[in-house]
Design a protein around this ligand. Structure first.
Ligand code: PLP
Length: 236
């Protein structure tokens, strides 16, 4: 097996151990392989090692890669910041969007979703750290956005996503994830059928799984370090 296959096996082992430690079924935690900045060959290698779901953050890079990989068995998830002039490509080429943070973007995705592809699964990205620079809807705005998005015919609201500020140690890492899980519980109590918590990355997936993550989004631990200027390239 190549390096990517070995890394995938190690990440799957981390997920299984964290799930078992939390009294959860490891199969209840999905692994999203975040392939942004890595080329089509990296995706093909991970796919050959059994990986099915891939996450991308840059629209043009992703659309090019999806065409090159041309594998209908792959589920593509958009997880990056989304501007309104890029929604059509995302609506046409992706299966999920984890980073919906405004009604304007949600409406465009719903209108532009091709009927033949079925509803686009979406998560609302919540700003759990309260930093002005971080993307995401605030906790105060969340219930109204959830209600509006749930009513859009081209979308299926699945749950919540967050990218907390980095923290040291599992206890500190767990706090924002627990917060997001409580927000989902409140929405569920209000009648929303939400089955998804998208939270946890290479450095904090154990903490996220302890708090109920159903998707962990893992890049570095699978594909290696990204170069700072790597975005947008689609080399070998
Ligand atoms: C890049 C990215 C990841 C993966 O981060 P790693 O630390 O490399 O695992 C996860 N989620 C989002 C939204 C990202 O942009």
């Amino acid at each position: 097996m190549g390096a990517i296959g070995d890394n995938l096996q190690a990440v799957r082992a981390r997920i299984a151990a964290a799930a078992l430690a939390a009294g959860r079924d490891p199969s209840s935690v999905g692994l999203l392989a975040v392939s942004k900045t890595f080329g089509a060959c990296a995706v093909v290698e991970a796919r050959a090692a059994g990986q099915q779901a891939f996450g991308e953050s840059y629209v043009q890079e992703a659309v090019d890669k999806i065409a090159v990989v041309a594998d209908p068995g792959i589920e593509w998830h958009f997880i990056g910041p989304l501007q309104s002039n890029k929604t059509r490509q995302v609506a046409e080429h992706f299966d999920w969007v984890h980073s919906v943070a405004s009604l304007k973007i949600a409406r465009r995705l719903s209108e532009q979703r091709p009927a033949a592809r079925g509803a686009l699964s979406v998560c609302l990205q919540v700003n759990v750290s309260g930093e002005a620079t971080k993307a995401g809807v605030s906790e105060a705005e969340l219930p109204a956005l959830a209600a509006a998005v749930a009513a859009l015919p081209g979308l299926r609201l699945r749950g919540l996503m967050c990218i907390p500020a980095p923290a040291d140690g599992v206890d500190a890492q767990r706090q924002p994830f627990a917060h997001l899980a409580r927000m989902r519980e409140r929405l569920r109590a209000g009648g929303f059928a939400l089955d998804t918590l998208s939270m946890g990355m290479s450095d904090d997936l154990e903490a996220a799984i302890a708090e109920g993550a159903t998707w962990v989004r893992v890049g570095t631990a699978i594909f290696g370090a990204r170069t700072a200027a790597g975005a947008g390239t689609i080399g070998a």
